[in-house]
Design a protein around this ligand. Sequence first.
Ligand SMILES: Nc1ncnc2c1ncn2[C@@H]1O[C@H](COP(=O)(O)OP(=O)(O)OP(=O)(O)O)[C@@H](O)[C@H]1O
Ligand SMILES: [Mg+2]
Length: 271
Amino acid sequence: MIRLQSVSVAYPGAARPQEVLRDLSLDLHEGRFTVVIGESGCGKTTLLNLIAGFLKPSSGLASIDNVPIAGPGAERGVVFQSDTLLPWQTVQENVAFGLRLAGQSPQQRQVRAREYLALTGLQDYADAAIWELSGGMRQRVSLARALAVDPRFLLLDEPLGALDALTREQMQEHLLQVWKASGKGIFMITHSVEEALFLATDLVLLRARPGRVDSVRQLGFGARFAAGESARSIKSDPGFVRLREEILEQLLHPQAHHDSREDAVLEDTLA
Ligand SMILES: Nc1ncnc2c1ncn2[C@@H]1O[C@H](COP(=O)(O)OP(=O)(O)OP(=O)(O)O)[C@@H](O)[C@H]1O
Ligand SMILES: [Mg+2]
């Protein structure tokens, strides 16, 4: 399990340090699909960088299996917000890249890379150059590369952000299938409320300046899809639509929402 305990992050600013995350606590479990949503600049990528081990908290503790995270590790596969593929290598060589680092033979690498290219629908592009691919295909190569090393946790920073609406829906279903079949822990950032609701078992709303957890909801829509219900049926379910509007409202007017909730707590206390 990955655990963040009261982590804060401050970047050195021009005049004084800029506090980006404050006192944030969050647990990520294998087999759970945690989705983070929040306005641009609220610290989502910073949070992912902490979990990935690229960044250390200014205070608090980030740990995996009770061991402090000291740096990146093969058990945490990352898909970055902007694509980081190697343009001078083919699609298959990109997917096999991490496997070479893991010491696999060329033949093992080829078999594994082909398997994950098929899983992401890119089997016909194994020998293509990266510059020949569309943006959506590049993101699928990035996903295949992260999956190929079989990490326990997948950390995804807006992996579907550049996809057209149709491919995006297909990739959401695909992610749920990977999640169900593999039992991996997934941590994903998205800007789409609908996507977040559909995929998350744990939906984390962040508030900005400084970034902190506003709310965490346990959801079961993705599990319904994994159990056989169609995506369209789930996304048009009145419960789904109501929650989508509620969360949009919460993101658009965090202050109003927060104040009214504090009032509600106060009323409870007074009653
Ligand atoms: N390496 C850095 N040095 C200094 N400031 C940084 C650094 N990385 C991020 N920041 C600042 O921290 C804040 C949060 O950035 P972050 O990238 O985590 O946001 P985000 O929620 O991922 O935004 P987006 O949705 O636009 O991707 C921003 O104000 C950004 O300018
Ligand atoms: Mg970001």
